[in-house]
Design a protein around this ligand. Structure first.
Ligand SMILES: Nc1nc2c(ncn2[C@@H]2O[C@H](COP(=O)(O)OP(=O)(O)O)[C@@H](O)[C@H]2O)c(=O)[nH]1
Ligand SMILES: [Mg+2]
Length: 463
């Protein structure tokens, strides 16, 4: 760790302790997940429901119970002057309040927002004290960036070898055909030309995009190739994996230099300033979407999640999160309203299997993890579908594109990574449902499944 980030971490800790003394605490909650996992919807629901709770609505009963009903007022804190983009709650809440309602627009995944929560305080004898204000600082960041962390332990040659081995298999090989043809045609002593570096980068990035958007693949590195973040695409990104035989020349040296510079930049621009300051972390995973995308996509998602889980729950990184202070990491399978109630426990169990030992690693590092299945915005009710004369537990909601009600039997959710037979008989349905309409005043929050339980576990002790 560089001395400045260590110093910054100490200053934060001292400042936090001073704030606690005067009843002005700050709690930092980071929300991550791969693209389309449901981060924006999660934060929108969190904000809508906390604001409603501040107006006395009982939209988050488990959180209410965890804090003994002491939440008094909740307000958005006006934007400061920092350089990080703002999460735009008005736009997202507006989408849900429209007629017909629609999902929040796809946004750049790197933004912050702060919410002030005033909590009632009493003396040990029950006398009232001035309210305590806890400022909840939220950070939305792309899970793709966490996939860069395993790269910090690899040099360019190792990373190239591992990445190209993966890339020459299965669906990836097809999606990356142009890129693979390009690198295979490079002479061993290819020169360090920027035009060549940029061409290779573009082909490689396009291959990653096809893998993600058309095949549902998830273990795609480096993260900023897919989510460039607020600083856009810079020449820093003009590198790509090269076969060992083509690494000897100027181009190989250039790619290796940029690889190192890229990781350095991720560290100083993102990891040190933000990652090290979180108190609590939520990792959102679209487990159902991965089941729906088929065996290869599911296994790739599992691999990506295991890598992310290793990072956020692993000893080294946890120590960096907050010195020695205990911290909490919640993993949540999103969009659980796509399956009926009784399948949701299976969904949470499957997620824990996929996070491969995260619980043990986190506990060893003095942190706690928990696994949830949730719907940030619930779009369905339980229903019964009849297939070939047999009743099946199903869900009923309004289909987004057609605007009509439909009863959907999604398929069975396995409790652990499915056997080959699951994929052979393989069908799992994931239609897009229309979200329920938010009342324009937002007084009653938005319907959800399990947001309150998750928040009670994550924040209850700090409120
Ligand atoms: N039914 C349902 N769909 C959801 C839920 N959360 C997210 N989605 C769907 O997933 C899409 C992507 O969510 P979003 O929050 O934009 O993902 P992000 O890329 O991680 O920010 C949304 O447009 C919805 O279609 C949920 O709780 N229930
Ligand atoms: Mg988003």
């Amino acid at each position: 760790m560089d001395p400045f980030s260590l110093l910054r971490g100490m200053l934060d800790t001292t400042e936090d302790a001073a704030r606690a003394l005067i009843g002005r605490e700050r709690l930092r909650l980071a929300v991550t997940g791969l693209s389309r996992a449901g981060k924006t919807v999660f934060l929108t629901s969190l904000i809508a429901n906390l604001l409603a709770a501040g107006r006395g609505a009982r939209t988050l009963p488990a959180l209410d119970a965890a804090v003994g009903g002491r939440i008094r007022r909740v307000a958005l804190v006006p934007a400061g002057t920092e350089t990080v983009p703002r999460f735009d709650p008005d736009a997202h809440l507006g989408a849900l309040a429209a007629d017909p309602p629609h999902w929040p627009e796809r946004t750049e995944d790197f933004s912050t927002l702060a919410i002030a929560i005033d909590v009632e305080r009493r003396t040990s004898l029950g006398g009232l004290l001035p309210d305590r204000r806890v400022t909840l600082e939220l950070l939305d960041y792309p899970g793709e960036w966490l996939l860069d962390l395993p790269m910090l332990r690899q040099d360019y040659a190792d990373w190239s070898a591992a990445t190209l081995t993966r890339m020459r298999r299965g669906t990836r090989a097809e999606a990356a055909a142009d890129f693979l043809a390009f690198i295979d045609a490079l002479p061993a002593d290819a020169a360090a030309q920027d035009a060549l570096a940029k061409r290779g980068f573009t082909l490689y990035r396009d291959a990653l995009r096809v893998c993600r958007d058309e095949h549902g693949l998830r273990f795609l590195q480096p993260g900023r190739f897919l989510n460039p973040g607020p600083r856009g695409e810079a020449p820093l990104l003009w590198f790509f994996p090269l076969p060992a035989a083509a690494q000897g020349g100027g181009l190989g040296a250039l790619c290796a230099r940029r690889y190192a510079a890229y990781l350095d930049d991720q560290r100083t621009a993102f990891l040190d300033p933000y990652f090290t300051r979180f108190h609590r972390q939520v990792v959102l995973v679209d487990v159902l979407g991965a089941l729906h995308a088929g065996q290869e996509a599911f296994e790739d998602t599992a691999e990506a999640l295991a890598a992310v889980a290793a990072v956020v729950s692993g000893g080294n990184w946890l120590e960096r999160l907050l010195g020695a202070a205990p911290t909490r990491v919640a993993f949540a399978a999103t969009k659980a309203d796509h399956v009926p109630t009784r399948a949701r426990d299976a969904l949470a169990a499957l997620l824990e299997h996929l996070a491969l030992g995260a619980r043990g690693r986190a506990e060893a590092a003095g942190a706690a993890t928990s696994f949830h299945a949730l719907a940030a915005i619930r779009c369905t009710e339980d229903a019964v579908a009849t297939l070939e004369g047999q009743p099946f537990a199903a869900v009923r909601g309004i289909l987004l594109n057609e605007g009509r009600g439909a009863t959907i039997y999604p398929g069975e959710v396995p409790m652990k990574p499915p056997e080959p037979a699951f994929w052979q008989s393989g069908f799992f349905r994931m239609p897009e449902f229309r979200p329920p309409r938010l009342d324009p005043e937002g007084a009653s929050g938005v319907p959800h499944l399990g947001m309150d339980g998750l928040l009670a576990w994550l924040l209850g002790d700090a409120l």
